[in-house]
Design a protein around this ligand. Sequence first.
Ligand SMILES: [Mn+2]
Length: 341
Amino acid sequence: MLSHPWSAGVARLKALLGEARRCLIVSHVNPDGDAVGSSLAAWGYLRAAFPAMEVLVAFPNRFPDFLSWIEGADRAVSYLDSREAVHTYLQGCDLLLCLDFNDLARLEALGEALTACAAPRVLIDHHLRRGEEFDLVLSDPSASSTSELLYRVIVALEGKPLLSKGIAEALYTGLMTDTGSFSFSVNTPDTFRMAADLMELGIDKNEVAARVYDSYSESRMRLLGYCLQSQMRLLPERGAAYISLSREEMDSFNFQPGDTEGFVNYPLSIRGITLSALLTEATDKTHIRVSLRSKGKDISVNDMARKHFNGGGHFNAAGGKYFDTMENCKAYLEKIWNESC
Ligand SMILES: [Mn+2]
């Protein structure tokens, strides 16, 4: 926990919130459960606590369908679909709340739109290496999720959690998805206390899990089967494995955004595998998206993503890009993995 800077940061945030009339909440491209959960929880909280404030949530692109049940999801916009509306909104915007990323590049075109906006930028985030593009940073890389950090911020602002069931469901979604249902990135009893607090607000955690996880389309399930059967390559001496998918392969399974979410974790369930990657070809085929995962305290995929793939993230979970063909990306990945043996 960051004690002193944290309390000073919360006091500063309180002052900014007290003055703000129009707030834009943003999170990263290809929004996941934590991005969407924390953004919609912040939206619900600000609407309840500051009824006079205008609040809008904008993501760089659409979030997957399995998150669409979260309260407020129908009011959030995607910059890809609503570019003009976001630009108009930004004109009178006096607060930018940035959640679950630490580099405006993670917002792609939406990030460029934000650079033209003079409103103070508040960052609440749990990724390593905080960005310099923000006016106020509430960051804790040891936190399980941005949703957990946001919960701590709200409790600090309010003295006690004045949250609705809808907000609690949004926060729980972020907590559950960023920790693989409490399997990793949970290092303190406080995370379970937060989960208990959320349950006391009336959420049905089994129902939340079912909505998020039991929501595969048939084609997504078959795509997973194809990945594991045909596209997973093991490097047993290295304790590593990766899955690669071309656009054609994805298209042949009627690929929808979010369909490969979580696939990168499957190889880690093989005994002896502690390093995993998922390589997916970008829609415009200009690059390969690289997702990296590791287990334990030996391999920093954050370092790997920063050094080799122009990206970053967490110690055990990170991502980046490789601007070349899939074949070259695979060769490069195997080369750097074998060199770091
Ligand atoms: Mn997160």
